[in-house]
Write a protein that binds this ligand. Structure first.
Ligand code: ADP
Ligand code: G6P
Length: 466
């Protein structure tokens, strides 16, 4: 069996207390811990110039090979082009997109530098699976270094409409670099349609109905591969975490009140401000819900050295304060706003304790929290998922109440409906979603992608057809 090499900028924390969690690290680790293999990427550390360091650590069947970046590399490649240019564009926030040509040069330079560090670790049969927008030019750099292995790429974020992507000045170079992979995967059918549209209309390429692409003089395979979770693992974590002291203490403070839960990295793509305001509208329009419900937002800070994140954080803090000031009582705080990271079992049992999972990003590649919330529910008395239509997960989670995060009143109505939904309806929605989560779990995602990468046919899930 060929060895699997995963490459991503962010690698799952090797020890406790690592960086803010994200779907890539969680999903990829779940996929890799079963098959084993090597995970190569940034260590999360900034090193002094001239001392980049490769560290190799073993955890179970996974070898972690991580490497430090210099301050300049971090600024140009990670903070600059990846997160100040690509991330906002991929999430349809061209208003926040910054562009600096020297950052793009740094992005290409670091990709080439990382690729050169990987080459000596590769064996001829290895299958290399590269993840996310930081590493679009990685295959091109490997090919230039003479690597002939199968190379796959998966984009965890949305693939935006061509009209949005073309606002990034080197868009053609980026898509051309993507065609150096053998397989390119995106999360959903709408992402795939956007990619096809770019290839056909902007790049003058062709795409067959089953995803064979001819463009920029290259041939490759594209497809939609929605990332999943292990729902039964989350369900048992939720049951065991319920015994944790922190969770007991939380339930004590809640009393008979219902809990609405949101958990996201503190990112402008997640729609936190719109969500806070829609909760305010619920309290305004449905006085019966006041004091009967608490909204808890857990939001570990992320990319805090970028202005857009700082600006959004301070706006959010003032909105939380304003809404709590307006509706709070001596014995009741409407919004609880927490920046901490939690252990997965604690998080899962907080999901289980919540009557509503409130997952309303403005744009999101998939959103694993939506899936984790449902998986964590008590099958006899499950909560209700309120989900943005702009999360990739909305393509699969038909049992959720689907909302448009821009529609404040619509969101408040969905919250109201979720809080008063009869148990039978909750159970039937939960059962439908649990079935989908089991049928399309994270190993299905991994195996389908790897099948495509080996050049074998893979079954397209109904939800991923273009
Ligand atoms: P993104 O990848 O944009 O961060 P996802 O919802 O796909 O969004 O993935 C986030 C992952 O990080 C989920 O697995 C979630 O459980 C985890 N996570 C988010 N916030 C926390 C937190 N405060 N503590 C622990 N894990 C968290
Ligand atoms: C999203 C991205 C990942 C990223 C994660 C956390 O999930 O798709 O690539 O790792 O956010 O962000 P960070 O910048 O901390 O790696």
């Amino acid at each position: 069996m060929a060895r699997l090499i995963i490459v991503s900028n962010r690698v799952a924390p090797i020890s406790e207390g690592g960086p803010a969690a994200g779907g890539l690290a969680v999903g990829v680790y779940d996929a890799l811990k079963e098959t084993g293999g090597m995970w190569f990427g940034w260590s999360g550390e900034i090193l002094g110039a001239g001392q980049p360091m490769l560290t190799v650590t073993q955890r179970g069947p996974v070898t972690f090979a991580t490497i430090g970046l210099t301050r300049r590399d971090y600024d140009q490649y990670y903070r600059g082009f990846s997160n100040a240019t690509l991330w906002p564009t991929l999430h349809y926030r061209s208003d926040l997109t910054e562009y600096d040509r020297s950052d793009f040069d740094g992005y290409r330079r670091v990709n080439a530098w990382l690729a050169a560090r990987l080459v000596p670790l590769l064996e001829p049969d290895d299958i290399v699976w590269v993840h996310d927008y930081h590493l679009i030019p990685f295959a091109e750099a490997l090919r230039l270094a003479g690597v002939r292995n199968r190379l796959g790429f998966f984009l965890h974020t949305p693939f935006p409409a061509a009209q949005v992507l073309t606002t990034v000045p080197p868009h053609a170079e980026l898509v051309r670099a993507l065609t150096c992979y053998d397989v390119v995967g995106v999360q959903t059918a709408p992402d795939l349609r956007a990619l096809v549209d770019y290839i056909v209309c902007e790049a003058g390429g062709t795409v067959t109905h089953d995803g064979r692409v001819d463009a920029f003089g290259r041939t490759l395979q594209i497809g939609a591969f929605p990332i999943g979770i292990y729902p039964d693992e989350i369900a048992s974590l939720a049951a065991s975490g319920s015994e944790d002291d922190v969770v007991h203490a939380m339930r004590d403070t809640m009393g008979a009140r219902k809990l609405i839960i949101s958990v996201d990295r503190l990112d402008y793509s997640k729609g936190l401000l719109e969500r806070f305001r829609a909760f305010e509208t619920l309290l305004e329009h449905s006085p019966a819900q006041r004091q009967q419900v608490t909204f808890m937002q857990i939001a570990p800070p992320t990319r805090a050295d970028l202005h857009a994140y700082q600006a959004m954080r301070s706006k959010l803090e003032s909105e939380a304060g304003r809404i709590n000031g307006r509706f709070g009582e001596l014995h009741w705080t409407p919004i609880r706003y927490i920046h901490r990271q939690y252990d997965r079992a604690v998080l899962a049992s907080v999901f289980r304790a919540a009557a509503v999972g409130y997952v309303t990003p403005l744009r999101d590649g998939m959103n694993l929290v939506a899936k984790e919330y449902v998986a964590a529910q008590d099958p006899d008395d499950p909560g209700v998922l309120v989900l943005s239509r702009f999360a990739g997960a909305a393509q699969q989670m038909h049992g959720a109440l689907i909302v448009n995060p821009i529609d404040r009143v619509g969101m408040a109505e969905a919250l109201d409906r979720a809080l008063s939904m009869p148990r039978d309806e909750r159970r039937s929605r939960y059962r439908d979603m649990m079935k989908m989560l089991r049928d399309e779990n994270v190993s299905v995602w991994r195996d389908d992608f790897l099948r495509a990468l080996r050049g074998e046919a893979w079954p397209l899930p109904e939800t991923a057809r273009a």
